[in-house]
Design a protein around this ligand. Sequence first.
Ligand SMILES: [Zn+2]
Ligand SMILES: [Zn+2]
Length: 171
Amino acid sequence: MELNVAAELKLAGTVGHAELTGCFDDLELNGRRIVLTEPVRVDVNYSFDGEGFTLGGTLSSAVLMNCTKCNDEFTEAFSVDFSERFLRVGEAEAEELDCYSYTGDVLVLDKMVSDLVLLNAPMYGLCRPGCKGLCPVCGTNLNNTQCSCTPPEDDNPFAALKGLKELLKDD
Ligand SMILES: [Zn+2]
Ligand SMILES: [Zn+2]
């Protein structure tokens, strides 16, 4: 994903605006795979201040997730506001300055996009509000089918009490 800034470079202070779309490969964070199910959209304002570029805008896409209760796959949209600096310095120096580097009159946004996705993509969630999860006995997804298992503690009048005790123990 690239931003051509030839015009803005010649006229410091001019604010440019762009709406960009790009497809990104799966990303990996601490062994966890982030799969984007939609192209990344970046809506950005940018300006050159004589030294570098300031970019501000919104990034949005959607990720594939597994429900924390029933493990079903589902997609979740997300969007994040960002504000970043691009300077005409080497990569190492840019990293030290906590900004991104560019050369010529094109800002390559790929690294910024990857970083924003890694930092902001939702990781855990439910496939739907009130997901019923899996039957603890047979593993059936209770959102789709009602199995005939008897939940082990359902008939026990002390089940609720035991649950409460366990809850307190966790604290
Ligand atoms: Zn679920
Ligand atoms: Zn069951």
